[in-house]
Design a protein around this ligand. Structure first.
Ligand SMILES: [Fe+2]
Length: 121
């Protein structure tokens, strides 16, 4: 319990679960990197195969944790829907985020923005 930046006892159960998930996500991503480096340097083909298998499993673990975050938090859900599985320039997707979504009284201004998502260039 060393990664807390606030007293854990002052965080509610949801905040502590998010801390668990985010910490796990960091650990899984670190493991992917560590295995990738070991795969790149291992001299034994069999060891390289084992380590690469483990690297792939860590990617799955990271994605499972990311999916939990998406299901539990609308902001993760929104950001992942914005940036994942899109085509074109990644940074250009930023201008289409939820903060700039048209307001109900917007009289239709900007309503076409969402339809531009995923348009191939
Ligand atoms: Fe893992």
């Amino acid at each position: 319990m060393t990664d807390y930046h606030e007293p854990p006892e002052e965080l509610d159960a949801r905040a502590r679960d998010f801390h668990r998930a985010l910490t796990s996500l960091k650990e899984e991503i670190e493991a992917v990197d560590w295995y990738a480096q070991r795969v790149a340097r291992a001299t034994s083909p069999e060891l390289r195969h084992v380590l690469d298998h483990n690297r792939r499993e860590e990617i799955e673990h990271a994605c499972m944790t990311l999916e939990w975050l998406r299901r539990e938090d609308p902001e993760w859900d929104s950001a992942l829907r914005t940036y994942l599985n899109q085509k074109g320039e990644i940074v250009a997707l930023e201008s289409h985020d939820a903060d700039e979504a048209p307001k109900p009284d917007d009289s239709g201004k900007g309503l076409g923005i969402g339809s531009l998502r995923g348009v191939t260039q």
